[in-house]
Design a protein. Structure first.
Length: 270
């Protein structure tokens, strides 16, 4: 009799745990539970259409340790019951994924893009330089890049690959793309405006809508500290001041717009 009572009590406890913890915990750990919260609905929608739509939130946003995962499960169980009594209370947003969370699935650090057209030495970036995965993969799940993709935009790469921190030659990353022979000419920076007619410049340079202006906004290498003295000599050889400077810039020193080698067809880069 005592044994039966014990088993009966254990059965009642087991059922109670299932009803009170297991079933609510299951629903609380599903990504769909987060749609209860207005501040996370957009994140859920973008996740549901991404390549990670089969990966639950805690697999990326919670460190892949037993303690961290258990703590998260307990937190979400409490959140389930809290949502019943305080339905308008928002849940805190999640922490950003750590490298450990990413590498829990992405065990192999690939060296090239699936098509082989782009070199991606992940071991050098993650293992050696200790970069965070999300530094490059900021648009992976919950938003798209300016190009409308979930892949890292080229502009993000060039933050480091600027020719100083890291190499910026096309062949550094691209296996099937190098600067055309015309671009290797010593005067290419000067003559390229006349070469753009009929050329598909955006095929390589279209990674940002303002790539022309971005380049023209930087001080040219020729404009050294003594450029004010030397520029008159350079203008006698080839004038293209108007590509960057408006007339008022010349007038400030010269009193008017110098007519030497003046080409009215040259327009300010915008």
């Amino acid at each position: 009799m005592a044994g039966r009572r014990t088993y009966k009590r254990l059965g009642i406890v087991a059922v109670a745990l299932i009803v009170v913890a297991v079933i609510p915990g299951y629903f609380a750990l599903r990504p769909s539970f987060l749609t209860h919260y207005p501040n996370l609905r957009t994140a859920h929608t973008t996740w549901s259409t991404s390549t990670h739509k089969d990966v639950v939130c805690q697999q990326c946003h919670v460190p892949p340790t037993v303690i961290a995962q258990t703590s998260y499960a307990a937190r979400m169980l409490g959140q389930f019951y809290l949502s019943l009594v305080m339905p308008s209370k928002l849940i805190a947003t999640f922490d950003k994924p750590t490298n450990a969370a990413c590498q829990d699935c992405h065990v192999t650090l690939v060296k090239a893009a699936p098509k082989g057209d782009l070199l991606i030495p992940h071991q050098a970036h993650v293992g050696v330089l200790k970069l965070e995965c999300i530094q490059c993969h900021a648009y992976l799940v919950h938003e798209k890049s300016p190009e409308g993709k979930h892949t890292p935009p080229m502009a993000a790469c060039l933050k480091c690959h600027d020719g100083v921190q890291a190499k910026n030659a096309c062949v550094t990353c691209h296996t099937a793309k190098a600067a055309p022979e015309s671009h290797k000419a010593a005067d290419w920076v000067i003559v390229h405006p006349q070469k753009q007619a009929g050329a598909d410049c955006a095929k390589c340079h279209g990674w940002t809508k303002d790539w022309c202006a971005d380049c023209h906004s930087r001080r040219p290498p020729s404009h050294t500290a003594d450029w004010r003295t030397k520029h008159a000599i350079a203008v006698k050889v080839r004038r293209n001041c108007e590509a960057c400077h408006v007339a008022s810039d010349c007038i400030r020193c010269h009193g008017d717009v110098p007519q030497l080698n003046f080409d009215p067809t040259v327009r300010l880069a915008k």
